[in-house]
Ligand binder design. Structure first.
Ligand SMILES: [Fe+2]
Ligand SMILES: [Fe+2]
Length: 226
């Protein structure tokens, strides 16, 4: 494999930035394997279970790709603590409705612009290709999750719907912190970019709230982190 195809500007500081991005996406997809496996294990409907076998495979393939890519660039970066918190929040959620909501309705949708952003800044590289494919996969996971959540909520009591709003309020600040998080070495650049990042993030979070609304949830109690 030619490094130039992996990361266009070999030797440049860009390499570190991409390396850290790869480490963070590897962390996210490792967690996604666990989450998809949980969804597969607890989904009571035959068709949903069947779908989750595909999702488990997709997330495993994503992890495999990141692992191979990180093998090329060497080492792993600092773990994003907010991503771990989001993972635990999902894994420890009490109901299937909450898990589908946190992962497929929110996370897999909110992460897509990040892939597009990485792709745009790594034109002509393997990373661009990978991010574009992952954006498609997560778009499909999100669409399937929206459809299943609709089915689940059609029969869910109000109590369950209320727990979803509470879950959104716990998740959104952590997601915002995750989206703005930079490894220590890049905190400086992170601060310079923060205003633009915040602006973009706010648009995404607004979209997340509209998605919840489209599922028939009363979002008037959702508090956006900014
Ligand atoms: Fe994934
Ligand atoms: Fe996914």
């Amino acid at each position: 494999m030619i490094i130039g195809y992996l990361f266009k500007s070999a030797g440049d500081t860009q390499d570190n930035v991409f390396g850290e991005e790869v480490a963070q996406q590897l962390q996210a997809d490792e967690l996604a394997v666990e989450m998809a496996t949980q969804l597969f294990a607890i989904a009571p409907d035959h068709e949903a279970k069947l779908y989750y076998t595909t999702m488990v495979q997709d997330e495993s393939r994503h992890t495999e790709a990141w692992l191979k890519l990180i093998g090329q660039v060497g080492g792993e970066g600092e773990r994003d603590p907010y991503l771990d918190k989001l993972g635990h929040m999902f894994l420890e959620a009490d109901t299937l409705e909450e898990k589908v909501f946190l992962m497929q309705v929110f996370f897999e949708r909110l992460i897509i612009p990040r892939f597009r952003l990485i792709a745009r800044s790594s034109r002509g590289t393997l990373l661009e290709d990978l991010c574009n494919r992952l954006a498609i996969d997560d778009g499909i996971h999100h669409g399937a999750g929206m459809a299943y959540e609709r089915v689940l909520l059609a029969e869910a009591p109000k109590k369950v719907k209320d727990t979803l709003i509470a879950a959104a309020n716990r998740m959104l600040p952590e997601f915002a912190a995750h989206a703005l998080w930079r490894p220590k070495a890049r905190e400086m650049i992170g601060q310079l970019m923060e205003a633009r990042d915040r602006e973009r993030l706010k648009t995404e979070l607004d979209h997340g709230v509209r998605l919840a609304q489209s599922l028939g949830l009363d979002v008037s109690d959702v508090v956006l982190p900014f």
